[in-house]
Design a protein around this ligand. Structure first.
Ligand code: Z5A
Length: 209
């Protein structure tokens, strides 16, 4: 039995990650054991602190919240490795790239932002849902949380663009046009996910460098 694939979905707020992760999990589940994970995981003690910050119920230093987001991933790292080794394919809604992009958008140093996540499981594929901040601003629920402001989202989009060019993992990224219909985006994501699933059949799980 080969290991499961680690499929990460990234994108701006309201890009459609939740909608598409649910569809991808449903579709993969017909042929393989599949599980959805979402970061931040707001159910853990660290996640509860993050949730309070995102809802603007508490304030934290930019460096401190960055480290909490990373710690929230490390909390799950052993379970993620075990699940992948057991053959479960994981679809992960946001991962280290959101962590770096949002903190970069606030002006934190790129190398500093990445360091806390070095050593975590590396995705077999990172599917980026690309859409303009103008388009997401018109979608349901926009504006409810701390970062959902056009100027912040513009900076986050630029930070994601720089991340996709980072030679340490540029090969992992697939960009999908998230401005299409839900069904069209689903098809593009399905094709992109195959890249990670094929990699998992032949390669060991890698770690974030
Ligand atoms: N953050 C961070 O700073 N550092 C980190 O390390 C991590 C995260 C991991 C919470 O994330 C915040 O944490 C986030 C980044 C930061 N910034 N903020 N604020 P979250 O993932 O919990 O929340 P979110 O980004 O706002 O995700 P979301 O609300 O779950 O949005 P989404 O999943 O991308 O979209 P959706 O729920 O699937 O769809 C949104 C709406 O659009 C909904 O009404 C859909 O019906 C509609 N939709 C979806 N697809 C389409 C298409 N194709 N056409 C038209 N309408 C559509």
């Amino acid at each position: 039995m080969s290991r499961g694939a680690l499929v990460v979905v990234e994108g701006l707020d309201r890009a459609g990650k939740t909608t598409q992760c649910d569809r991808l999990v449903a579709r993969l589940s017909t042929s393989t054991t599949t599980k959805l994970r979402k970061f931040p995981d707001r159910t853990t003690p660290i996640g509860i602190m993050i949730d309070s910050y995102l809802r603007s119920n508490s304030d934290l230093d930019d460096n401190a919240i960055h480290l909490l987001f990373s710690a929230n991933r490390w909390e799950a790292s052993s379970a993620i490795k075990a699940e992948l080794e057991n053959g479960t394919t994981l679809v992960v809604d946001r991962y280290i790239y959101s962590g770096i992009a949002f903190s970069r958008a606030k002006g934190l140093d790129a190398a500093w932002c990445r360091n806390p996540d070095v050593g975590l499981p590396r995705p077999d594929v990172v599917i980026f849902l690309d859409i303009s901040e103008e388009a997401t601003a018109g979608r349901g629920g926009y504006g409810e949380e701390r970062y959902e402001k056009k100027e912040m989202q513009r900076k986050v989009r630029q930070a994601f663009k720089e991340l996709r060019q980072d030679e340490r993992d540029a090969e992992d990224w697939v960009v999908v046009d998230a401005g299409q219909s839900v069904e069209e985006v689903e098809e593009d994501i399905w094709r992109a996910a195959q890249k990670g699933i094929e990699r998992a059949k032949t390669e060991d799980l890698r770690t974030i460098l």
